[in-house]
Design a protein around this ligand. Structure first.
Ligand SMILES: Cc1ncc(COP(=O)(O)O)c(C=O)c1O
Length: 405
């Protein structure tokens, strides 16, 4: 049994995909799925599930699936089900929210984006700013540490700032900025805050209000769920927004943000994924939200310990350079290897049965700032709650052996 009641042997037994024998350190690009999620999706495909809005049972089943998925995501981040919007993925939803908000922007208004973010929380805002004559300001990363200092927002925010887009955790180097401090500054000038919690969600207990996120964006495939995205907001705020929609579709919130027919079978897997997270610690009691708090604390402690070992070991290797050393972080790091391109490194790791990502993983602005893109980016290792100490030791040995090639 690990910290806080997380029994990794039991947890691994929940993942049929682990039978492939690989070491999956590619979680930041999408985690594996537990059997419970696969079953929930398959179950919804075997039953009669019609579209919503009919009077017969198969239609009621579709309605129930959507409603259970909204409740699950609300529990995951401390929102209300009526404020949970589903969509194809985080990127699509972010474009949708950006386009809708931009209708109220005026030339000379301002938005603030960060160099730390995944491009999905940068480009939509930049493109809409360009279309509407809005000025873009950049929050910069400390290139030594990889931190995104909150104090710089004092200079970046003005009375004209309409929106601040910032990540809750970097998918490339794991940095967890002080989002609450940034949001408090943004709210003081009346700006809205759009937080990308895609990478943070599988590692930390999220609380939308405590973070000060007017919008919190998620992607279920990063936390053991199916490929659907979600944005969580206050229903009252959503009620003031009018996205593009077809005439017969519902004007209600949050439905008015959801174009067309949703993937009911995938949404059926969402509560199973949240239940999976909530049950990771054997010590959890109470409501699902309360059990999530216990479980995510156990996940953070477990992953943190393994990650500390991995990080220290890689930093001690003379042929390896780990990018940044953020103060507060998820168990995700990027590194380069002397005389080897990132793609050569991941190919060699793959030969040894290790799944690792190379490139910029869409953290394009960050890697341009760090100067690594010209050489093919970096190599990413990200831990999840199903990784073991034995696997971390194996990965350390494999990276160490790259020197000998
Ligand atoms: C931090 C972060 N934000 C946003 C995204 C985009 O998410 P999606 O694939 O759901 O569009 C990703 C995907 O890698 C990510 O890691």
């Amino acid at each position: 049994m690990g910290d806080g009641g997380l029994d990794v042997a039991r947890v691994r037994g929940l993942f049929p995909a682990l039978a492939d024998g690989f070491v999956h350190t590619d979680g930041p690009a999408g985690t594996l799925l537990p059997e419970s999620v696969a079953r929930a999706v398959a179950h919804a495909m075997r039953l009669p599930v019609a579209n919503r809005g009919g009077v017969f049972p198969a239609s009621g089943r579709a309605e129930a699936i959507v409603s259970a998925a909204r409740s699950a995501v609300a529990d995951l981040v401390g929102g209300t089900p009526a404020g949970v919007i589903f969509g194809a993925n985080m990127t699509t939803l972010t474009y949708r929210i950006a386009r809708t908000l931009a209708r109220t922007w005026r030339p000379g208004d301002e938005v603030v984006v960060s160099r730390l973010d995944h491009d999905a929380n940068i480009r939509p805002w930049l493109q809409l700013a360009e279309e509407t004559g809005v000025l873009v300001r950049w929050a910069e990363v400390d290139i030594e540490t990889g931190d995104l200092p909150a104090w710089q927002y004092d200079q970046l925010l003005t009375e004209r700032t309409r929106l601040v887009a910032v990540t809750a955790a970097s998918n490339a180097i794991g940095t967890r900025p002080d989002v609450a401090a940034i949001a408090a500054r943004a709210h003081a000038v009346g700006a809205l805050v759009y937080v990308d919690a895609v990478h943070a969600a599988p590692h930390v207990y999220l609380d939308r209000r405590a973070l000060g996120a007017d919008f919190l964006a998620l992607s279920a495939y990063k936390w053991c769920g199916p490929h659907v995205g979600a944005v969580v907001a206050d229903p009252a705020l959503l009620g003031q927004m009018w996205p593009d929609k077809v005439l017969p579709a519902s004007d209600r919130v949050p439905e008015r943000f959801e174009t067309g027919t949703p993937p009911f079978e995938l949404l059926a897997g969402v509560p199973a994924a949240v239940d999976h997270l909530a049950a990771l610690s054997a010590d959890g009691t109470g409501s699902r939200r309360e059990r999530l708090q216990t479980s995510m604390a156990a996940v953070a402690a477990y992953e943190g310990e393994l990650f500390g070992w991995l990080d220290d070991a890689l930093r001690a290797m003379r042929h390896v350079q780990v990018l940044g050393s953020p103060e507060d972080r998820t168990p995700t790091l990027s590194f380069t290897v002397a005389n080897l391109a990132p793609r050569q490194v991941t190919a060699e790791l793959s030969r040894r049965g290790i799944c690792a990502w190379d490139g910029d993983y869409y953290a394009r602005e960050l890697f341009d700032a760090l100067g690594v893109n010209e050489a093919g980016g970096a190599v990413r290792l990200g831990l999840a709650h199903y990784n073991t100490a034995e696997e971390v030791g194996y990965v350390i040995d494999a990276v160490s052996a790259l020197r000998l090639r």
